[in-house]
Design a protein around this ligand. Sequence first.
Ligand SMILES: [Fe+2]
Length: 307
Amino acid sequence: MRKGVIRPGHIQLRVMDMEEALKHYRDLIGLIEVNRDDKGRVYLKGWTEVDKYSLVLVESDTPGLDFIGFKVLNDDVLNGLKNDLIEYGCEVSEFPAGELDSCGRRVSFVAPSGHTFELFADKEQTGKWGLADINPDPWPLNLTGMKAERFDHCLLMGPNVPATQALFEQVLGFGLSEQVVAPDNTVVAAFMSCSLKAHDIAFVDCPDPGKLHHVSFLLETWQDLLKAADLLTMTETTKDVGPTRHGLTSGQTIYFFDPSGNRNEVFCGGDYYYPDHPPVTWKAEDLGKAIFYHELYIHPTYLEVLT
Ligand SMILES: [Fe+2]
């Protein structure tokens, strides 16, 4: 049952060289730089996003994920979910409004998978980039690179997938849209939605807690994906897999790496999810088909390179 979580709102990602990272996320993927703060963090957004930003880059000695924030409907929902998390047994902390640029207070917790999540209700809304509020054009001029539309989802790897799935279902109101099930019926991958999307977050089993597999940005069409692949070659960016199609969610995809080694995805298409849909099930022994529907096997780098 839905509990008032609306969407993935932001992700804070560690990069090892900010200017190199900006060439990648801003100039190649096409996100828009909107601000920098006194901690050296740089804030970016996809052009269709109404909130001020969705990607926060912070310079660090190691790549990886600091946290993912989900936006909730309002402050009452935020207070209710904070209490529900505490009652469920989660350790919860809180950041004051303004600690992250133009964002209200944030309620933070660590999932059984080892990943840090936060909930927030307020962030400054600056509207779709370059478009008027009244009689808007369909897209703005002067977009760059892949012209990514929005930050869409993350796939995270860590232990305790069933416990993490239970937390997201029971406390946060997500639904299980697709799953990968081992021969003993253990869920080894859970694709979860708080919206109509095929997934807003996905968890895949691995022994190391808190790992980022990829952060994904939406493109509009398959043709845009082909041009994105051209851009990866033109810019000598390290590719992982694709363009190809997933079995899981049936989206079309390319994977590649940012200069610090964080895996990115750009994707388009795919399935949709309503809360009454039963989960789509894939067998772990058919994981090749589930992940890469055309190739039918898992590329060796795909499950091994994590940040
Ligand atoms: Fe993805």
